[in-house]
Design a protein around this ligand. Structure first.
Ligand code: CP
Ligand code: NVA
Length: 312
């Protein structure tokens, strides 16, 4: 991973993902470490953020480095200045860049012109930092990953894409229940099915929400309307109405099933308030683990395996 971009979960192997989880667990136990002294991260965001921005900024500080945040209003990516020019300028100042874009294609263009590694901080296609952090949470809650079943209920969006790829690389079964026309993209499904041949994961796409959730270890949902799709919100509320994660649906999963959501959540829409606030819900542990996993990720990308936890 050293010196490499992370634009998609497909940039990693199952072994890479397990290594990141293991290092995140170690780093979580340590807290502050001097692994990234004199290293600078730039965050360049075209969309709002709470978790991603704050967890990356705190991660750099806690590892001895620093960061600079460029807001959507300041950036003007592709408007005030071309994407290649911004990438070439920014990478003269910093050691690594985390970028949140509308278009995954623009993110790829940005990375191809950047002289330093670029991390996808969410695009219309993927949210790899979320999926990696979620696997850390699952690992902690369930004591491992092998053979577990994730039931994703809702939109086959960026979060679903990254989670499906991460699950299929690490041997976790992944079922997704979405309304017709809203499942994951075929390209991503084919990739996941290919990984599953090696890992032994089972991948299922269905419109039948109860079939997806039956006996699952993890129920996962995300907003029905992602950032940039606001004009479709009312139509989506109607289309997804029977895909709410509520008490009835939760009762079909395993008794100790955990409920996950990347946040921000629309309480009472994709997830019932009682489920979000239930003991099964681990959504705030997920949010916290963004910090720990991204510390491991930054350390790997900037320093590689020679970094020792005892070096501070
Ligand atoms: N889950 C997540 O990425 O949250 P933000 O949009 O607040 O960063
Ligand atoms: N699918 C959501 C995730 C937000 C973290 C979005 O793209 O808005």
């Amino acid at each position: 991973m050293q010196g490499k971009d992370l634009l998609s979960i497909a940039d990693l192997s199952g072994e890479d993902i397990r290594l990141l989880i293991s290092r995140a667990i170690d780093i979580k136990a340590e807290g502050w470490l001097s692994l990234l002294e004199r290293k600078m991260l730039a965050l360049i965001f075209e969309k709002p953020s709470l978790r991603t921005r704050v967890s990356f900024e705190v991660a750099m500080k806690q590892l001895g480095g620093d960061s600079i945040y460029l807001s959507p209003a300041e950036v003007g990516l592709g408007k005030r200045e071309s994407v290649p020019d911004v990438a070439r300028v920014l990478s003269r100042y910093v050691d690594v860049i985390a970028s949140r874009t509308f278009s995954h294609h623009n993110l790829e263009t940005f990375a191809s012109y950047s002289a330093v590694p670029v991390i996808n901080a969410l695009s219309d296609q993927e949210h790899p930092c979320q999926a990696l952090s979620d696997l850390l949470t699952i690992y902690e809650k369930k004591g491992g990953l092998d053979g577990l079943t994730i039931a994703f209920v809702g939109d086959g969006n960026n979060v679903a894409h990254s989670l499906m790829l991460a699950a299929s690389l690490t041997g976790m079964n992944f079922r997704i229940a979405s309304p017709s026309g809203y499942s994951v993209e075929d390209r991503v499904l084919l990739l996941a099915q290919d990984y599953a041949l090696d890992s032994g994961a089972e991948i299922i796409c269905t419109e039948e929400v109860e079939a997806a959730v039956g006996g699952a270890d993890i129920i996962y949902t995300d907003v029905w309307t992602s950032m940039g799709q606001e004009a479709e919100a009312e139509a989506r509320r109607q289309t997804f109405a029977s895909y709410q994660v509520n008490e009835k649906l939760l009762s079909l999963a395993k008794e100790d099933a955990i409920v996950m959501h990347p946040l921000p959540a629309h309480h009472g829409e994709e997830v019932a308030e009682g489920v979000l606030e239930s003991p099964n819900s681990v959504v705030f542990d997920q949010a916290e683990n963004r910090l720990h996993l991204q510390k491991a990720l930054l350390a790997e990308i900037l320093g590689g395996l020679e970094i020792s936890l005892t070096s501070s």
